[in-house]
Design a protein around this ligand. Structure first.
Ligand SMILES: Cc1cc2nc3c(=O)[nH]c(=O)nc-3n(C[C@H](O)[C@H](O)[C@H](O)COP(=O)(O)OP(=O)(O)OC[C@H]3O[C@@H](n4cnc5c(N)ncnc54)[C@H](O)[C@@H]3O)c2cc1C
Length: 299
């Protein structure tokens, strides 16, 4: 069997890894310059900041085993089970994991040993593959003119944008934070202490916008930076001006609601975090489910 996986986010990499471990010939093509997709760490000055997923949760036994493997090799660790809620009190319970080298380093780990071609966008469904796995948001898959059932599922997905603002301060001037959910705020949805989750103590916060603010600034994301910095300053009582960098995620979060782990039409499959709760773990499970279905089909 000869499989092409399009997208080197965690869904595509999980799929390719499972197939490759079973001896299947699999090629991963990724349009970006790096692997990881929304599991993203970007370098600003001399330090990486996590600008996509803020953390991951590993409560599925299969994904938990992967997380424990990363922990054993010092690549990831449980970060915090407590997030502040504004307005409100801190909420404890969910164990959130982080990676010392940035979350993208975990995608790099999954990509080890795989045939991954970077800066290689798929522009059409390849004729010569036995199976083609589109491991990406539905709107991106639709550009490839997929067959009917895949196109229908992709069109049914609803996505919201987010602008991430990386706020680097001269020094740490806030108390213990970890991270916070900000409810009913016009511009700010979450803010996380990047130095705390990465473990280097750097005075860096990463704010994620509401979809509403992101929609207003999709063409000029940098303009949203000072708005987010002001909101974070007001929320945490910070008077210092940070250095600001922004990143736009046009397809950041799917609305969810899909109960299937993937969709298939003939030899074309669609996977990703739209197939369940929009999370890193969901994407991994979706990619693995496609691989397992392909292996079962191949007998
Ligand atoms: C701002 C933000 C905050 C988040 N916070 C959290 C969180 O705290 N916890 C959590 O669990 N999850 C969080 N998420 C969600 C999490 O990042 C995703 O669920 C997960 O990373 C999705 O993985 P994926 O492989 O399905 O898709 P993606 O990571 O989007 O991967 C798709 C890949 O396909 C590539 N691609 C697209 N088109 C083509 C093409 N034509 N040819 C080749 N390659 C192509 C893209 O470049 C990309 O690399 C967050 C996401 C964002 C954006």
């Amino acid at each position: 069997m000869n499989v092409v996986v399009a997208g080197a986010g965690i869904a595509g990499l999980a799929c390719a890894q499972e197939l490759s471990a079973a001896g299947v010939r699999v090629r991963v093509v990724e349009r970006g310059r790096v692997v990881g997709g929304r599991l993203a760490s970007k370098r600003y000055a001399d330090r990486y900041a996590d600008i996509g997923a803020a953390y991951f949760v590993a409560d599925d036994p299969g994904f938990r085993a992967v997380a424990e493997g990363w922990r054993a090799r010092g690549l990831a660790r449980p970060w915090t089970d407590t997030f502040q809620v504004f307005p409100g009190e801190p909420v404890a319970g969910t164990e959130r994991w982080a990676a010392g080298n940035g979350l993208r380093s975990l995608a790099e780990d999954l990509a080890t040993g795989l045939d991954v071609r970077l800066e290689t966008p798929l522009t059409a469904i390849p004729e010569d593959a036995d199976a083609v796995v589109l491991a990406m948001p539905g709107p991106q898959a639709l550009r490839l003119d997929p067959p009917d059932a895949v196109a229908e599922a992709a069109k049914g997905q609803r996505w919201e944008p987010v602008i991430a603002a990386v706020l680097a301060y001269p020094e740490r001037v806030w108390g213990e934070l970890h991270g916070a959910f900000v409810n009913d705020h016009p511009v700010l949805a979450t803010v996380c202490d990047d130095g705390d989750r990465r473990g280097d103590g750097a005075p860096v916060l990463v704010a994620h916008s509401t979809a509403e603010l992101a929609r207003r600034h999709l063409d000029d994301p940098a303009q949203a930076g000072p708005v987010l910095a002001a909101a974070v300053g007001e929320l945490l009582g910070i008077k210092e001006e940070p250095e600001i960098n922004t990143h736009r995620w046009t397809f950041a979060q799917p609305a969810g609601g899909e109960t299937r782990p993937f969709v298939r039409d003939g030899r074309v499959w669609l996977a990703g975090d739209a197939f369940g709760k929009p999370r890193v773990q969901t994407a991994w499970l979706s990619g693995r489910a496609v691989a397992r279905a392909l292996l079962e089909q191949a007998g």
